[in-house]
Structures are given as C-alpha cells and as structure tokens.
Design a protein around this ligand. Sequence first.
Ligand code: GLC
Length: 433
Amino acid sequence: MKRCAYGAAAAVMLAACGEKVAAPTAGDAPKTTTAELTISCGSVGQDFEICKKLTDEWSAKTGNTVKLFTAPNSTTDILALFRQQFGAQSSEMDVVMVDVVWPGVIKEHLLDLAPYTKGIEKTHFPAIIANNTVDGKLVAMPWFTDAGLLYYRKDLLEKYGQKAPDTWEEMTATAQKIQDGERQAGNKEMQGYVFQGKSYEGLSCNALEWVASYKGGSVIEADGSISIDNPQAAKALDMAAHWVGTIAPKSVLSFGEEEARGVFQNGNAVFMRNWPYAWSLSQKDDSKVKDKVGIAALPKGGADGQSAATLGGWQLAVSKYSKHTDAAVDLVLYLTSKEVQKQRAIVGSYNPTIPELYKDADVLKAAPFFGSLYQVFTSAVARPASVTGEKYNEVSSAFWNATYTTLSGQAKGADSVKKLGQELTHIRRGDQW
Ligand code: GLC
C-alpha cells in the first residue's frame, strides 16, 4: 500500500494515493475526487475545537474532507459506542481515538499501521509503542500521553501558610483547614478536594493511584497474579471514602474529569486530581483561577508510601472497516507528527509522546510542569491492561464498582477488596487471563 504524503499538493497526492482524479471537462476547473473521512477525536475540554482546527489544516493541504464525530466525554461510553460500530463492521468511522488501555480490547478491528509508518514510531516513547503493538501489529500511533496530577491553589496555600502536600494525610488536613476557613469567610461553595468519583474508567485511574501510593500493588500484577486483596489497598480505599462528604462534596460520586475541572476552575476547590489537559484551560482569560494554580505529583500514601500517577493517554488508529484506508493513515500520521504534537502541547497542554519535545523551549514555556514533572510522566503506573488483554474492561469495571461501593459507604475497604479479588478470579477463569 502506498501512503499519501500530507505535505504534497492535492493532485499529486491523490494520484499517489490511488484515488481517482476526475478528467477536466471543458470550461470547468479540473475536478478531483477526494476522500471524505470521519474521525472521532474527543470532546473533553478543548479536544473537539483543537481537532477541528488541525483536521481543517490537513484538509486544506490534501483536498480531503474530514467530519468530526462527537464522542461522549467518558472513555467508558466511547468504548461502548465503538464496540457497537465495530460489531456492525460499520465503515462510518475511519479514524478513531484509542485509550491507552484499549489496544488489547479492540485490536481485531484496527489496521496494522507498521507497513505505512516508515519507522517514525521509533521517535516515540518505546513503552507506548510496545503498548500499542499487539500480536506483532502496530494497531495505533501514540497521540498524547497522560498521568494523574495534583492541582492546587497557590494563593490559598499561601494565605493559610500551607505547602503543597507530600502525603494524602497532609493533603486531607490542609484541604479541611482551607475549606473551613474559606467557608467561614463566606464562600460556602468551597471544597477541599475534587476528583473523578463516578462509576467509570476514570475512577479506576484514581483508585489505582490511591492503592499504588500505599504500596498496595496495581490490582493485577504483570505476571497475571491478582494482588488487590491486601490491607494497604483496603486502607487506601477507606481513606478516599472518608473524603466524601468531608473535604469532597457528596456529588463527587458523579464527577468525571470535566465536572471536577468545572468546580476547580470556578475557584471552588483547593485541590483537584486531573490530567494535564486541565492546565491550559485553567490559564485562560475566562478562568477564575488564572495565575493561581500550581501542579505537583500526587501525594504519597503515608510517609512510607510513594507518589503514584496512573498512566493514561490516547492513540489514533484506522478502523479496518474504513473505505479510505490510505487517506485515513495519512491523517493519523499527520495528527501524531512531531509538528502537530508540539502545537497541541502548547495550545492544549497535551503531553507529547515524543521525548524530544520535552526539551522544546516553546513547549516548556507553555507547560513548565512537562519539564519539572517529567519523571511523573515516564514512571506512571500502568493499569493491568496488557496482561488482561480482551478482558480489561471487565476487570476495570469490577475495580471501579468495588471502589464506588466503598466511596458511597456501602462497604468497608477490606470487604470490597476481598470481594473484588474473588470476582477477578472468576473473570480470569483458570490460570491464564
Ligand atoms: C484520560 C486518560 C485515559 C483514561 C481516562 C479515564 O482520558 O488519558 O487513559 O482512561 O482519562 O477517564
């Protein structure tokens, strides 16, 4: 298969791509037949807007057109939708965004990109390329990486003589103190801590951070063993349950990323757990917390614990059922290119997947924490997706449900992790995942 060079003039490119070029008719300007692609590229924060701008640029260069599919916010809902589309072998979607935990789940519906990339994947983080390579096939190109971060209000910490917390215990105490102080001073809306507490994949990400920070493992270890039923994991979940209704509003149990960001960006939270995308939005002119935000690594689980960030991130892939494979691959290679990743890092604080860009002065100016917290991004804890393969979503949904049950006060941490351990054994069925 030939691949279309996105920099090339439209007609040349179309010929190279094997698309039909209509013969000019007398008196008419030459007409070309171009591909009409559909891409699903997200709707959280600035996802849609930035994707639109970049796909428009690619369209102008190539003569192809791109329609944006409006995906739901929650990764769990996006997966359900893609599964329906793939199940029907629908050609409606050409290019799809792929969560870092999905390659093993949807691999059979994605095109192997290796024959088209000319080795460009070697310029990306090797761990992400390994993650995206399933059964020897490169099923997706890395687009941006993610890691959980602690956002805090610099101004409020200063006002109350506090520092960014090292441990969750410190975070809890500081959050309570500032919440109480601000409420007394008249802001009844003030919350100590907001995070992603609704029943979906984002809760698995938060919970893995709590558990790993108390050295309670990563639910299922790389060798396939189920490790979640342990006292440290139980302790971590109990700690988080204690936040609900004290430093976090009860409504945190229905928060995804955007709900947490809404509260924080409106000036109504001291701390927030979120992904890097929230940074650029918090610094916009319409943000109530512009110039008041600091970012740190997430707190440790007690003095003996460790700071743990869940590894997130998104890839772009071509659906096997696409009728415009060459153009779709070209769009993927364009959007994941160094130039585009640089722009997206600057405008949207999306973490590049190309290590070189972490030394780029323009990128570091726009998102200084890409440099200061580089280690957080390179040593983030992976969810047990590679080891559980196709069963990952079932595994994760058992984990977020067990966590939700604890957060909502229906069970204690110890009972939840015990039951979860049993459920996971059942999902595994035998020795192999
Ligand atoms: C972010 C992460 C993704 C994760 C999701 C959970 O989008 O990049 O990996 O699954 O959040 O809500």
